[in-house]
Design a protein around this ligand. Structure first.
Ligand code: MLT
Length: 240
């Protein structure tokens, strides 16, 4: 089994998507929010790329069944129920509801890999479960950090490196690492004991801090809070 990771989020070729398990990461904060919302009892999350699409889609579901969440410029979108802070998604608010989510990078990333059969959702909150779940699928793996407006993002590649480290240690079969995945693993090992340090060095971490959203960094740095392995299929993310 081979494990690769894209350090920058250009859309993978169709032949890659058709052969591999894809793992999408947006630690700060989209995949952390998705995992938290499902963990707190949301029935599903529909990631969409635009604010207009989110509002239009919400109207197609029965009243009271659906919540709108996400951000632009890291801030809550006017008229939406939630911003993009995981701590907002409490059981009282999300249990039994569908969440339609639109964010700058994270929700877009799902649409870049939509042609793949198996797309898993990862963050630090569910790292061990995703590493084990990916190995069980027994195919080559591509980790897909959603990055920052097309650019490299430190926190996502550190999280990818953690998954690679876990997979390499847990696999019973031989694992082949690419230069990209070996390098991500080394990067993770540098920050293993201090994920917050990586967040604070990252440009998005600094932006969130400057906006008064520094508490989200603590929230997103928690590891193995849940063993949910959400999957994205036919446009919808559900817990599995
Ligand atoms: C994104 O999808 O770009 C992020 O999650 C941004 C954010 O939460 O600030």
């Amino acid at each position: 089994m081979h494990i690769d990771i894209q350090w920058v989020p250009f859309p993978p070729r169709l032949e890659i998507l058709s052969k591999k398990t894809i793992v999408v990461i947006d630690v700060l904060r989209a995949t952390s929010v998705i995992i938290e919302a499902l963990f707190q009892g949301a029935i599903e999350v529909i990631p969409v790329t635009t604010v207009e699409e989110a509002a239009r889609l919400a109207k197609t579901f029965p009243r009271g069944s659906t919540l709108l969440g996400g951000e632009r410029g890291s801030r809550k979108i006017q008229g939406f129920d939630f911003g993009n802070s995981p701590s907002e998604y409490t059981p009282e608010k999300v249990r039994g509801k569908r969440l339609i989510l639109t964010t700058t990078n994270g929700t877009r990333a799902f649409h870049s890999v939509a042609a793949a059969e198996d797309v898993l959702v990862a963050s630090f909150l569910n790292g061990t479960a995703v590493a084990e779940g990916s190995l069980q699928l027994d195919r080559d793996i591509l980790i897909f950090p959603s990055g920052d407006e097309g650019a490299f993002s430190l926190e996502d590649v550190v999280c990818g490196g953690m998954l690679i480290d876990l997979m390499a240690r847990k696999s019973h079969a031989a694992i082949g690492l690419t230069d990209a995945s070996s390098s991500a693993r080394i990067l993770y090992q540098r920050f293993e004991g201090s994920l917050l340090e990586a967040f604070r060095l990252s440009s998005h971490g600094k932006d969130l801090d400057a906006l008064g959203l520094g508490e989200d960094l603590f929230y997103c740095a928690r590891t193995d809070v849940t063993d949910l392995v959400p999957t994205f299929r036919n446009g919808v993310i559900r817990a599995s």
